[in-house]
Design a protein around this ligand. Sequence first.
Ligand code: CU
Length: 274
Amino acid sequence: MWSSPGRKVVTSWIVLSVIATPIVAFVLGPHLPPGNGSAQASEQVLANTWMTAIVTPVICLLLVFFVYVLTQFRHTGGELVDGPPLRDDAQVRVWWTALTSLTVLFLAGFGTFELLQNGSGGGQGPDPIAIPGGPKIPVQVIAQQWQFTYRYPTYGGLETPQLVLPANTDIELHVTSLDAIHSFWAYELGVKADANPGIDNVAFVKTRGPRVFHVRCAELCGLWHGYMFNEGRVVPMAQFTAWIESQQRDFAPILKYLPKYAKVYFPDPQRRAG
Ligand SMILES: [Cu+2]
């Protein structure tokens, strides 16, 4: 068995971990980002909670060992000599390999399971693997230097600078770009998807109750990247329908100048933004 200093380190580690891990999991966990603004955001909070809880004993071990080394291995005068050489320890080797392998395999399995549920809010490319069942409202996100616009193909291809979504509804986001590489990040909804020209990047989100959320470009995309943000709203279905009708009325005069709704667009390269 381990020597008494070794046992002291392991005992302190276990005691500290048993105290700290539930605090991290149950007190800190529910406050981790990005909150519960959508089903996918809640899954991300759950994943963040698991990862933070699992890393807690690892940090505890580092702290205990750090304190042990600082207090025990002190030079207290006299001639400075090296300690006795440490050789192999079969028990430490077996435990070390088993615990780290289990941790990594568990997290890999957990992450894969979560991703396969419904994509967990990430862009899945043009051919998504994880598609939630049931009806979905498609919304296209078009990024360009330096703003986002949104098209609603099931509402006559309406294009608007506002992102409004109905509450408690599955949304199928089609993210693309007209020029540089951007990234559509709807923080409170737990959605982040690359916006690349010529690519239809699909991400899914199931909204919850009415709320405001923030949209930011999360990819350095040129001079005014820092100003490429706006606010979106999740509203009750009746309000959403009324909003869509008002937008259709407002943008009807320019709809005929827009290209027909498509998965990607290739604007005339002579036409420069700005
Ligand atoms: Cu951008």
